[in-house]
Design a protein. Structure first.
Lengths: 499, 138, 335
């Protein structure tokens, strides 16, 4: 505890607070742009930051960029239904519906406060349980990851929406997109159609930009005459008492999901956001509001998203295992400062570690203080005339794909997915399952085949490991449970009739 | 009727992909997932074709024109010397015009200048991501 | 911070401008043939991978060092990323769209040599104009500290007796890590194809680490820096490094009795079709860069091992690496 206070003493200078403010601002701005997330920004700013020769200041700024980037990503998801990265897709589902109904300010506020709550709580968790948590996380083996992905897949199939067939079709499309490219285990090319650019597969950013930014714009363009001239009604009211009451539990539950998932070396940041969305939907007493802007559906995923970052720091700081793009860049930054992550990091370079943890707190506070007042400005985006707004979205979408990859094929793929997404919207196919397919498909396949390879093709590996078996049984239960009450009811009814 | 046509297209694509998965299968571990997933595609698409029908009314003109402009924009960016600022400027003005019912030249032109120059300067000068400079002396 | 960026940038620009004035008067005499003025335009360095990765860092460090050392005749250098397929997308673009342009350079490396083979791309490094190799990193073979193996020989003996008894973990199929496993099996006289079948690909060094620690694989192969912290902490034990000599007390594969050396090197190539004089000028530029304090400082800051060969030495190194890598990848069924 005194270490942490020492960290705060190091961090709390005017100069460092300025770094934090700059970081949060830059982060929010790049987070708004599709395709250009915190990882890329930090990578590009690293050389500049090194010139400052101020490790604490640099780390604080990076923490600020990260927190800001996360928040910026949710801003566009909520206001325009154009998430820039996979972790904000879940937020966009209910968030955009809230914006359409003039509740953008409440949605942005619950996202900001939820990010703050989750960021703060998960940083506290990081402070106290990093080492035991990391020990637990690295016991996960390929078969466990496979079982975990099966469980996640079963859980999220609830996301397929009202029509099972349409939802499954979207999921299948996503699974197919995930297949494209070189198979990582054998080096074989699959569904690349002789196009060299497809060898690396279709990047998730390309899929998201196509499905959302481009797809949404083309869809709007096809319905221009039917739409009201305003993008969304003016949003005057922030969070009401009722909103607070409905938000605080999702914030906590989202944190509880996000942190452990982030800590798993192959867990991923997207899964907890979707799981939180589903969990909130399941627990909600107002099911009729879902799909029409339920605030829990914004509060939960946003909290999960932010909590997963502190989770990601667990294997990064204790074992030097980066589990996300941002973490990989942070690792590079640590190396420059001769701060080598590993089991002894907390003992050896402790001052800087505590400064980092303190800066995460500061970054979160700065995010909240800067962005809550900014919400008034953000919602003005919805006042921009539609042609200007959507032309701008197309410019940024193209930029996000082109500037990052320099590869025109990626841009054309994003456009192609965009036109498919326009039809999906017209035909009422849900788009979120596509993202799930792209994320979960390769995870399931790779971990299954890895597990088989490691067990010399002996299927029993999936039932002999207690953790694997437990997770698989949970998956079976998740399929069966929703039907269980029905079975009982039917039995009782049948009995009743007999009487 | 329109929904049926869409369903048939989806099914046809699925069958094509399934055939490709079959011909590409070589018994290695990499062959199973493609068969499984494209097979699932064919089954789900068949169900969709059978169960869903109805009209599909899409106003094609604007989205298709937009798509054409987008592709032209990308090609100009990559293969010509026009450069980022000029290409983006023209693209923005054309796209905004396509989506408006009546012209707003002053609005569109001024936003286009600000946006294209702003992005170019922030990316090349601040972030160090190079964008094609092109013919303009920037 | 923005202020600091500008404060940093403006003097650098002024210095570069001042430097050019001096240099262009003197002119350079390249070692071979007629000296020509170079560069006369902006030098474009292509990083054939995404921003933030190894090739990108190399390209950006090169850009910075070239400017800091005032070697560009007052011109500037730009970095452009072209991602995809182990750099072979960038390679194809270099060969097809930039032929005869000496102001377009590209970062390359061992990974691209492997990518050309596994992706069966129609162009290869032989289609470019080799300029220089810059840096290199050795690979390390590690086991968990509770493993029964304490030397590479014990491990290899087991592998020879029964290839299926040892599961190897490393980066993606056909990458540097698997190439090393294949080469080691060949050097030890084991069945390279059977050994390669026991190789489990992970998506990067971090995942490989997790795979080794969780007990999924018994041996991991990765870049030496990737495992440095865990080796230091005693969590894992390094059996051998792939460089010619021992590093940090870890014996090399060669010292362990197998005739094999593999460095994960990075270098620079120019497009095909540039004149001999242009080639000489680019090589001279890189020679000067290598000798400059700016580059030496970069190597120190980034903890990169100097691995400089230029001109014909680089060309013959590229050729021999290509032949060797193609051979081993074909043998393990990936070529």
């Amino acid at each position: 505890m005194s270490d942490l206070l020492g960290g705060f003493a190091d961090v709390l200078t005017v100069q460092n607070l300025l770094y934090a403010a700059i970081g949060v601002t830059i982060g929010t701005l790049v987070g708004v742009l599709p395709g250009i997330g915190p990882a890329l920004t930090i990578a590009l700013l690293l050389p500049v930051a090194l010139k400052l020769d101020d490790p604490t200041g640099t780390l604080i700024m990076f923490a600020g960029i990260y927190a800001g980037g996360m928040y910026g990503g949710s801003t566009t998801s909520i206001l325009l239904n154009t998430p820039g990265e996979s972790a904000s897709v879940a937020t966009s589902i209910e968030g955009y519906q809230m914006a359409l109904r003039g509740r953008a300010r409440a949605a942005l506020a619950t996202a900001a406060i939820g990010s703050f709550v989750a960021g703060t709580l998960s940083t506290i968790l990081l402070t106290f349980v990093a080492n035991p948590m990391a020990k637990l996380a690295v016991t996960f083996r390929a078969s466990d990851y496979f079982a975990l992905s099966v469980l996640a897949m079963v859980a999220v199939t609830a996301l397929v929406g009202s029509s099972l067939i349409r939802g499954l079709m979207s999921l299948t499309f996503g699974l197919f997109l995930g297949l494209i490219g070189i198979d990582s285990l054998t080096g074989q090319a699959r569904f690349t159609f002789g196009v060299p650019s497809l060898l690396d597969g279709v990047d998730i950013v390309v899929v998201i930009v196509g499905l959302f930014a481009i797809g949404e714009t083309l869809y709007i363009a096809s319905r221009l005459r039917e739409l009201p001239s305003q993008v969304a009604p003016l949003s005057k009211q922030g969070m009401t008492r009722d909103d607070w009451r409905r938000s605080w539990k999702p914030w906590l539950r989202g944190t509880a999901l996000g942190f452990p998932f982030g800590a798993l070396p192959s867990g991923g940041a997207e899964l907890p956001t979707f799981l939180s969305y589903l969990n909130e939907k399941r627990l909600s007493k107002r099911k009729e509001e879902w799909g029409k802007g339920a605030i829990e559906g914004v509060a939960g995923p946003e909290a999960a998203n932010n909590a997963s970052f502190s989770g990601v720091l667990v294997p990064l700081l204790t074992l030097g295992i980066p589990t996300s793009a941002t973490a990989a860049v942070m690792l590079a930054a640590f190396n420059y400062f001769d701060l080598s992550p590993g089991p002894q990091l907390f003992e050896k370079s402790s001052a800087l570690v505590w400064a980092l943890i303190a800066s995460l707190f500061i970054g979160n506070i700065m995010l909240l203080t800067l962005n809550l007042p900014m919400i008034r400005v953000w919602v003005k985006v919805l006042q921009i005339p539609r042609p200007v707004l959507y032309s701008g979205i197309l410019v940024f979408a193209t930029l996000g794909v082109y500037a990052v990859s320099g590869n025109i094929i990626d841009v054309l793929i994003a456009y192609a997915i965009g036109i498919i997404a326009m039809f999906m919207r017209h035909l009422e196919f849900p788009v979120a399952p596509v993202i799930l397919g792209v994320i979960l498909g390769p995870m399931m396949e790779t971990q299954f085949r890895r597990a088989m390879l490691l067990a010399d093709n002996d299927l029993s590996v999936f039932v002999t490991r207690p953790l694997t078996l437990t997770l698989l049984l949970l998956a079976v239960a998740a399929i069966g449970l929703p039907h269980l009450p029905k079975l009982f009811k039917r039995n009782r009814l049948a009995l009743g009739e007999d009487d | 009727m329109g929904v049926r046509i869409a369903g048939a297209v989806v099914l046809a694509v699925g069958i094509g992909l399934f055939v490709q998965a079959l011909t590409g299968a070589n018994g290695s571990g990499a062959s199973y997932a493609p068969l499984l997933i494209t097979g699932m595609w064919v089954v789900v698409a068949t169900l969709y074709l059978v169960k869903h029908s109805g009209p599909l009314q899409v106003r094609w003109r604007t989205p298709l024109l937009l798509l054409g402009v987008l592709v032209a924009y990308a090609v100009v960016l990559k293969y010509t010397v026009v450069g980022y600022v000029l290409a983006t400027f023209v693209f923005f003005v054309v796209a905004a015009r396509l989506m408006s019912t009546k012209p707003h030249w002053i609005r569109d032109l001024s936003v286009a200048i600000g946006l294209s120059l702003g992005i170019y300067l922030v990316f090349t000068k601040l972030l160090g991501i190079s964008l094609p400079a092109g013919v303009l002396p920037i | 911070m923005l202020r600091r960026i500008f404060i940093g940038v403006i003097p650098a620009v002024l210095l570069a401008a001042a430097g050019c004035a001096e240099q262009s008067v003197g002119g350079d005499t390249a070692s071979t043939g007629q000296a020509i003025a170079y560069p006369t335009k902006t030098v474009n360095i292509m990083a054939p991978a995404g921003a933030g990765g190894g090739w990108d860092t190399t390209a950006r460090s090169l850009q910075k060092a070239l400017q800091d050392a005032n070697l560009l005749n007052g011109q500037s250098a730009e970095v452009r990323n072209v991602t995809g397929a182990a750099g072979t997308i960038g390679l194809a673009e270099l060969v097809s769209s930039h032929a005869k342009n000496p102001h377009q350079l590209m970062v390359t490396g061992l990974v691209m040599v492997g990518g050309v083979v596994t992706n069966k791309t129609p162009v290869s490094l032989a289609d470019t104009t080799p300029i220089a190799t810059l840096t290199a990193e050795s690979e390390v073979i590690v086991v968990r500290s509770d493993s029964k193996y304490t030397s590479l020989k014990q491990l290899v003996d087991d592998v020879k007796a029964n290839p299926a008894s040892v599961k190897w973990g490393g980066g993606s199929a056909g990458g540097t890590d698997q190439i090393l496993v294949g080469l080691l099996a060949k050097a030890a006289g084991a069945d390279a194809k059977a050994v390669a079948k026991q190789y489990v690909a992970y998506s990067g060094g971090g995942e490989t680490k997790a795979g080794l620690l969780s007990g999924d694989v018994s041996v991991a192969v990765s870049g030496t820096s990737e495992f440095a912290d865990l080796i230091k902490a005693g969590t894992v034990r390094a059996l051998a490094v792939s460089s010619a000599k021992a590093e940090d007390g870890v014996p090399s594969i060669k010292e362990s009795g197998y005739d094999l050396e593999l460095m994960n090197w990075r270098g620079i190539v120019a497009p095909p079709g540039i004149t001999d004089a242009e080639r000489a000028a680019v090589i001279a530029l890189l020679d000067k860069l290598h000798a400059s304090p700016a580059w030496q400082q970069t190597l120190k800051d980034k903890k990169w091992q100097d691995f400089y060969k230029s001109g014909d030495a680089a060309k013959s190194y590229f050729d021999s690496e290509s032949t060797r890598i193609k051979g081993v990848l074909t043998e393990i069924g990936l070529g």
